[in-house]
Design a protein around this ligand. Structure first.
Ligand code: UD1
Length: 334
């Protein structure tokens, strides 16, 4: 069964492509490589042994994308392609509204025209803003977004939900990711941050390998056990598998789902730093700095719904994640 994967060369997209193939789906990648590199496509072949159809186009180019739909006739779509840098979205909101929302609307016109049955949307726990309580459930109140990026995820969910209500035989899922980290254990695919990473794990691995001098932990005066922020870090392969299980479910129901994808366990920044040093037997240069504006003190998932609906659970531990991220960084740098 053919599944169009927009952003299929990206961090989560590439791992999902591998899991799709393992589960007998046929992924079709659309990715203009703005956040990836062509060696990822080559390495997907090394991992899977399959030549995966790949279109090097911007998914916002509706004319070209329409040709892909005509030729491939996908039955499902997993839509990863989007811009995701929080700070950039504050400085350049129109870029985010254009790519994450206008281009999404244009993509949906093709879903309608070519009668695609099922759609999985990359959403984020960022839609919850600062939650009133943790673990956070899917029915928690959606607060005002702290950035244009976060707003595009809230509005993207709404656009899709409204639209899919008009398509009686179709099904839709919003997957609200917590913090995806790790890499493929082969070390062949992983996250490719552009410029100075703003996310924690790439900053840690780049510091450990010597590309950065020192990690700054943003704040140690939060009301948490060790004073640093708490997040729900999830291995990217566990996250990829959630997409495969979701698709299987969507093809058998006409449901519209919203699912948290997180392990249910919170880990503090300091814990992540300590586990990274321990697991990889390496000393990390770090210091404490001021809080980062916009950071949520603590957020982790209530994942009872995804367990119940699609029988998903996380298989990898935080230690696995940190070992795989480190292997990936080493491969990238040598
Ligand atoms: C961030 C985004 C979120 C987005 C996600 C994508 C913000 C406020 N949120 O989530 O909307 O969906 O990335 O992956 O940017 N940290 C440090 N030092 C660093 C980097 C991070 O201490 O150099 C800390 C942060 O303060 C935070 C934790 O590590 O407590 C995780 O940060 P990060 O990896 O950036 O993820 P989020 O902020 O949770």
């Amino acid at each position: 069964m053919k599944i169009l994967v927009t952003g299929g060369a990206g961090f989560i997209g590439s791992h999902t492509v591998v899991e799709l193939i393992k589960n007998k789906f046929q992924p079709i990648i659309v990715d203009d490589l703005r956040n990836s590199k062509s060696f990822i496509i080559d390495n997907l072949y090394k991992i899977t042994g399959k030549k995966i159809p790949y279109y090097a186009i911007d998914f916002g180019d509706t004319l070209k994308l329409s040709e892909v739909f005509k030729k491939e006739e996908p039955r499902g779509i997993i839509h990863f392609a989007a811009d995701k840098a929080v700070n950039e979205s504050i400085n350049n909101p129109l870029k985010y509204y254009n790519n994450n929302l206008c281009n999404l609307v244009n993509l949906l016109s093709l879903v309608d025209k070519f009668k695609v049955q099922s759609f999985v949307f990359s959403s984020s726990c960022t839609v919850y803003g600062v939650p009133n309580s943790v673990p956070v459930k899917e029915n928690a109140k959606i607060k005002e977004a702290s950035s244009p990026y976060g707003f595009t995820k809230q509005v993207g969910e709404k656009i899709l939900s409204d639209f899919f209500k008009t398509l009686p035989n179709s099904s839709l899922a919003h997957l609200r990711y917590f913090n995806p980290i790790g890499a493929h254990p082969s070390g062949l695919i992983g996250e490719l941050p552009i410029g100075l990473p703003s996310n924690l794990i790439p900053f840690i691995t780049q510091t450990a390998i010597g590309k950065r001098e020192c990690l700054t932990i943003h704040g140690n005066d939060y009301n948490t056990l060790d004073g640093t922020c708490i997040r729900d870090y999830i291995h990217v392969i566990d996250l990829a598998n959630a997409h495969v299980l979701t698709l299987n479910h969507l093809f058998n129901t006409a449901e519209n789902l919203i699912l948290n994808v997180g392990t249910g366990n919170g880990a503090s920044v300091l814990k992540v730093v300590n586990r990274f040093q321990e697991v990889n037997n390496i000393k990390l240069n770090y210091k404490f700095g001021p809080r980062r504006p916009g950071d949520v003190p603590a957020i982790y998932a209530d994942n009872s719904l995804i367990r119940e609906k699609i029988n998903w659970s996380a298989k990898f531990t935080l230690d696995d994640c940190l070992e795989h991220s480190w292997k990936w960084e080493n491969n990238l740098s040598h």
